[in-house]
Design a binder for this molecule. Structure first.
Ligand SMILES: NC(=O)c1ccc[n+]([C@@H]2O[C@H](COP(=O)([O-])OP(=O)(O)OC[C@H]3O[C@@H](n4cnc5c(N)ncnc54)[C@H](OP(=O)(O)O)[C@@H]3O)[C@@H](O)[C@H]2O)c1
Length: 261
């Protein structure tokens, strides 16, 4: 195992995927800093896991971002890995006349938040021959109908990651950009509908194992577990697959009464 000796910042590190990686990275001999909005949950985690450092920070708030950047530059100037894991997921009926502020919450967190944290820390990361791990989703490959905004934010994270990687190569920057594409992982707080019974569900420890392997093998994109299938479904017969997946997911999230059209 060679992924050791790094200084790693994980946004959204107090729960689910981010927290799982924080503990594993720390156990491998890395310095790990986690961020999230909820201060009491962060403090509880830091008290229970003294090997971790933490900072309260909302990826959607510019002042928080400046404070985080200053904190990292001051306390962890050798930061060389950023994992953008902070994210939210919502199922919406697009015909329900929801306020725009509700519909754009995922864009601000998942997409703009990822871009904002990355851009703020790019100078430090490139100076330190750094790595960025952007957490997208298997749902970046094709729309599932039920999460219309989530889908587009994750597709955005995918294209932003690709563009950043290509620019790093083109401009000769010391930066590795990795896109981590997880499938459904039920041991998280992302969504209450996530079921441990789902056959496509991946165990968090398996996701971390597969990611570490990819990181060590120089992968630029890590499609974990069922995300490999979703990747193919988005490439081959994507219209048909989108329709099939969406019909199933919309039925799960917005079930119709018997006889309703
Ligand atoms: N779980 C899955 O099946 C799955 C599958 C594919 C991709 N993903 C992606 O994996 C990432 C992690 O999700 P998860 O499943 O681990 O969810 P989770 O258990 O709900 O954890 C989300 C984390 O993000 C933090 N967060 C949310 N909004 C934030 C904000 N505005 N600023 C800073 N931190 C924020 C949360 O803490 P606070 O609420 O305290 O801020 C929490 O620490 C997300 O990007 C998600 O889209 C998850």
């Amino acid at each position: 195992m060679t992924f050791t000796g790094h200084t790693i910042l994980i946004t959204g590190g107090t729960s689910g995927i981010g927290f799982g990686f924080a503990k594993r990275f720390a156990s491998l001999g890395n310095r790990v800093i986690i961020t999230a909005r909820n201060e009491s949950r962060l403090n509880k985690i830091l008290a229970e896991n003294p090997e971790l450092s933490g900072f309260v920070s909302d990826v959607t708030t510019l002042e928080h971002l400046s404070a985080l950047t200053e904190y990292i530059q001051d306390k962890f100037p050798r930061l060389d890995v950023l994992m953008n894991s902070a994210g939210i997921m919502r199922a919406y009926d697009l015909f329900a006349q929801l306020p725009l502020s509700v519909l754009t919450e995922e864009i601000n967190t998942n997409l703009t938040g990822t871009i904002a944290v990355t851009q703020a820390l790019l100078p430090l990361l490139t100076n330190n021959y750094g790595t960025i791990i952007n957490v997208s989703s298997g749902l970046s490959n094709l729309a599932d109908g039920a999460h219309p905004i989530y889908n587009l934010t994750k597709a955005g994270v995918h294209f932003y990651s690709d563009a950043l990687r290509e620019q790093a190569k083109y401009f000769g920057k010391n930066l590795r950009v990795v896109e981590l594409v997880p499938p459904l992982v039920a041991e998280t707080n992302l969504e209450e509908h996530a079921s441990t019974e789902n056959p496509t569900n991946m165990k968090l420890s398996d996701l971390i194992d597969e990611t570490l392997l990819g990181l060590e093998n120089g992968a630029e994109r890590i499609d974990a577990g069922f995300a490999k299938t979703l990747h193919q479904m988005g490439k081959v017969n994507s219209e048909e697959n989108t329709n099939k997946l969406s019909t199933q997911m919309l039925g799960n999230y917005f079930p119709k009464e018997k006889g309703e059209r």
